[in-house]
Design a protein around this ligand. Sequence first.
Ligand SMILES: [Zn+2]
Length: 266
Amino acid sequence: MSPGRRRRGGAGAPGRQARPADAAVPAPPPPFDPASVEPVAEFAGLGLRAFTTTRTTGTYRLDGTDAVGDVVPRWHGLQTGLGVSRLASARQVHGAEVLLHAGGWRGWLRYDGADGHVTTVPRTALAVSVADCVPVFLAHPGGAVGLLHAGWRGTVDGIMARGLASLAAWQVPLDEVHVHLGPAICGRCYEVGPDVYHRLTGGRVSRPALVDLRAVLARQAGAAGVRHLSVSPRCTRCDNDRFWSHRAGDAGRQLGVIVSGSPSRP
Ligand SMILES: [Zn+2]
């Protein structure tokens, strides 16, 4: 920080202020450290990269407490580190809209208002931001992938079924799709009111009760025809030293990330 930034009342006469020699040169994106993430080990056998970032990687929230000038380079550093020409993300709205990413664009896509992504185009990275909500990773051995942001609203509104249906529409057989439910708030930490409890489980309670959001999503995946399902043992609240947690009062957000692969079959 230059001394002038701390001073109230403007910059004073141009040219009078001493500046660091590199002040006019934009800082390069911070390097992305693959060792700092929580990998989806279950997908390694499919030849697909998928992981959730951690506190160590820094927050990816664009409207949080970190300056946007610090967060945007972090996104660019992620794309550079992954070595992909396409990185899809969205401003998330706790809805159930899933974007289908065909070819025809390059760079970092920031769609306004969606919570899921699927693609069959190789070497496309998808990202969702989370901090207690569930990053839902979808992957087919042929290389097609999906990624969903599922909080209670998206879960109730059927984002799991929407994401799977989007893959099925591209002739991806759902009984061959692998689903992984990443780090999220666990069933011992996630307390909801009677109305939300009913909408998620169908059950009735008269006071706030605990819900395992990933168990609800797992049931939905099974009902849609998924046969390969895994669940991270990590809880964002229990493991709050490693992950951001909204319920723990954190403003930061980690990312779920998945990269599509090259088709191994026609
Ligand atoms: Zn927990």
